[in-house]
Design a binder for this molecule. Structure first.
Ligand SMILES: *Cc1c(COP(=O)(O)O)cnc(C)c1O
Length: 461
């Protein structure tokens, strides 16, 4: 289709287009200013956010005034996570093409419920699902649901796991419910991410019933200490522990689970992407699990609300998530039957845009580059007199001084410097700061600046 310059005889449309152009101009200025603002807003800019605390207007304001307030006051109060010097929380910046694709999909305003709601969304998400399985080298006949977060994906996967194990024991969860059902056990890493614990709570597993699998000094499940598994067990592993970036030993542990008939779920929120790089051996054996969650909005650098839940057995996923309605043609492959959402943004579109633009080589480069920058940061920080507490086998660097109070002082000073931002954590009982290198924008110069800053703060009093 050739590009037609916009021309309309409808003044309301003209106004809409002008509003979008204004918003777009503002968004472009924000992007153009990346790197020139403090990474974390100043106290003054945060105080300025009180301008949003208006009372609910009776008559409503002009749309242009709302856009103006959002940008004039709001942009100054935003954290520059979309830059190269933000190292908090494994966030990643957004790839320009993923953000651009999201903008176009927003203009369509289609609900990605099924092809009846949006033929284009259904096709693109189907393609993105296939590419995802390909690049992560997971069983190609798996089902993929594009959902809001690894949190939602975990709820979905564990619901599917339980329903499926119960069915194998002759119990129809949909009809009979949980009361009186055979017990489904959960074995999870001691270091399972908080959202895994949240999903277990939501689903009513009962935290007192969880059997915690002990981890070794690096934070990986120790196969020798794994609780006995059976065919009523869900085993939850992780690819990329949120502090250390470590991987559970999938080959050994999944082999045990397979022979026991247990369901294996892998939380691969960010770490699973290592599989798309030359470091794929970190994930060796992970493809033998039953379900996986992986984020787009972290290491793949798509905009937020982007994650995938993947199930080896499509029927298990669709069985748990099906939401057929009398007014819709049945469609087991429709996204509404793979996620929690019925009406939904087609979250696979930015994923598709990212994968199409990066290709295999680009995804590998993103992962490998950020990993090598993490090692580079670790070397520099050791040399600057810090302790690096983890092995830095992925993109996470845990840093401390020998004195927790000093670590805290350095952390606060770094956060207030405006030159960078990262958060704090606790690793094996020790206060540390956690530097996650996951933005496509981060360069060696950004890491040099980080190390210079921390060197200058090392003995701050
Ligand atoms: C971030 C993270 C999650 C949660 O993912 P969301 O997409 O933020 O819900 C789960 N597990 C691990 C290991 C994570 O790093």
């Amino acid at each position: 289709m050739t590009h037609r310059p916009f021309a309309s005889a409808d003044p309301a449309l003209d106004e809409e287009v002008a509003l979008l152009a204004d918003a777009d101009q503002r968004a472009r200025s924000y992007i153009a200013g990346i790197g020139s603002r403090p990474v974390f807003p100043t106290e003054r800019d945060i105080a300025g956010l009180s301008a949003f605390r208006e009372s609910l207007p009776g008559e409503g304001h002009a749309p242009s005034s709302t856009v103006r307030l959002l940008d004039d006051v709001g942009s100054a109060g935003a954290v520059e996570t979309n830059g190269g010097r933000y190292f908090g929380f494994v966030t990643g910046a957004t790839l320009p093409v993923a953000a651009a694709a999201d903008r176009i999909a927003l203009a369509w305003d289609n609900s990605g419920t099924s092809s009846a709601g949006s033929p284009v969304s259904a096709v693109i998400e189907d393609v993105a699902a296939g590419w995802l399985l390909d690049i992560l080298d997971l069983p190609r006949s798996s089902a993929v649901g594009f959902t809001t977060s690894a949190s939602a994906g975990t709820v979905i996967a564990l619901a599917a796991a339980r329903r499926s194990l119960l069915a194998a024991h002759g119990w129809d969860l949909d009809r009979a419910g949980l009361a009186g059902s055979p017990t489904i056990r959960v074995v999870a890493s001691e270091l399972a991410h908080v959202v895994v614990i949240k999903a277990l709570r939501i689903l009513g597993f009962g935290l007192d019933n969880i059997e915690w699998a002990p981890v070794d000094d690096f934070g990986r499940i120790d196969p020798e200490k794994l609780p006995a598994l059976d065919s009523s067990t869900i085993l939850i592993l992780q690819a990329g522990e949120v502090n250390s970036g470590e991987f559970d030993p999938f080959d050994r542990v999944i082999a045990i689970a397979e022979s026991a008939g247990a369901w294996v779920h892998v939380d691969g929120a960010f770490g699973l992407w290592a599989r798309a790089s030359k470091h794929r051996e970190l994930t060796s054996g992970v493809d033998r699990a039953n379900s996986w969650t992986v984020d787009g909005h972290k290491w793949l650098n798509t905009p937020y609300d982007s994650a995938m839940v993947i199930a080896r057995d499509p029927d298990a996923l669709v069985g748990a998530m099906k939401s057929e309605a009398v007014y819709l043609p049945p469609a087991p492959d429709a996204q509404r039957n793979r996620t929690l959402e019925f009406s939904r943004r087609a979250r696979g579109i930015p994923v598709w845009a990212a994968l199409r633009t990066l290709g295999r080589a680009g995804v590998a480069d993103l992962v490998e580059r950020t990993m090598s920058l993490a090692s580079y940061a670790a070397d520099g920080l050791r040399e600057a007199g810090y302790d690096v507490l983890n092995r830095v086998t992925l993109n996470q660097v845990l840093v401390a001084t020998d004195d927790p109070e000093q670590t805290q002082r350095v952390l606060l000073a770094a956060q207030q410097s405006g030159r960078t931002w990262f958060g704090q954590t606790s690793w094996r009982g020790q206060l540390a700061f956690r530097i996650s290198v996951s933005s496509w924008r981060t360069t060696r110069a950004d890491i040099d600046d980080l190390v210079d800053l921390l060197r200058s703060l090392r003995h701050i009093g």
